[in-house]
Ligand binder design. Sequence first.
Ligand code: SAH
Ligand code: SF4
Length: 366
Amino acid sequence: MDNILKTHKILKKDFLNKDDLVFLLATTGESFQALLDKAAEIKKHYVGNIVYYRGLIEYSNICSKNCFYCGIRGGNKKLDRYQMTDDEVIEAVVFAYKNNYSSIVLQGGERNDKSFINKITSLLQKINKATDNSLGITLSLGEQTEETFRIWKENGARRYLLRIEASNRDLYRKMHPDNKKHDFDTRLESLYTLKKLEYQTGTGVMIGLPFQTLEHLAQDLVFFRDFDIDMAGMGPYIEHEDTPLYQYKDLLLPRKERFELSLKMLALLRIILKDINIAATTAMQAIDPVGREKALKAGANVIMPNLTPVKYREGYLLYEDKPCTDEEAEHCMNCLESSIRMAGDDIGYGKWGDSKHYFNRINKSK
Ligand code: SAH
Ligand code: SF4
């Protein structure tokens, strides 16, 4: 059958199986456009053309892990390590509050020691106090015990982002050291714990990793559907010279193709999990200057403007060519606003923009 005919036929189905997903991930030209159009239509219908902001605070680059892909891995000795002071965090949070962002994400390297856990708990209290409990708070601080996740939730965290990175066990193993600290099952268990504790649970993968196939990516999408995620953050893998994975750089797809594959993943995710929140990630913009806008057109509905003080940005280079390392939040805000409108969306100022999927899921189970 003609590719475009087959594409339209698959896009009309209610349920896409793994083979359908692989087929659509390989589309080009007219078929690729049909996929993007379908995702845009579903976005409009289920979540509307509204983009929600989450002010991103890159709290610390101190990390006890050694993921092979990541520029701030503990083993990278070339890096000066930082942790924002409480006052700096509160300043960023108040910026978000005053500018009606209504949500923030506190992200950083993974640490499991008591002093870190207590620090985050007290920061959550301070953030809530400074903003009259009015901000939707997301944490993205890696794997933690159930007890820690519970304490943070009791202190005001509502959402948690923990990417599975690669839902295929073998591929996951290739991306991480083979030890207890980087165990696939622990990662999975953390995700299930977050769900059990009724966090709005977000996950995602990197796209275009060495050794990754279209089957792996289709499997990732099936994993998201089976797990029934509330939010997703996905973007292209981008190499970093001071990481072990850099040795495989010759195996990578050209960046433009990695970007297009990422757009297809976003579009397919919107098609199969219609009412979740999907972020247009910074890594999309790292490859294409209008990457985030393209991601919005492909189905994303969340953007995370960076509120990290500029002096720390160079310290949080997860990958090469990360954009906006020298721009203050104020400047980012203005350029972002006009480009979102150009993509045909409005900004959900003053709205939490919770995952609709989360409430539909929770109500169904009650
Ligand atoms: N330490 C936490 C949060 C910070 S890392 C955690 O690991 O969950 C946030 C995300 O950055 C990771 O989930 C990973 O998917 C992404 N990341 C790391 N290195 C990357 C790279 N080289 N290219 C693209 N994304 C990367
Ligand atoms: Fe640490 Fe997260 Fe980077 Fe892994 S991905 S090394 S946990 S910051």
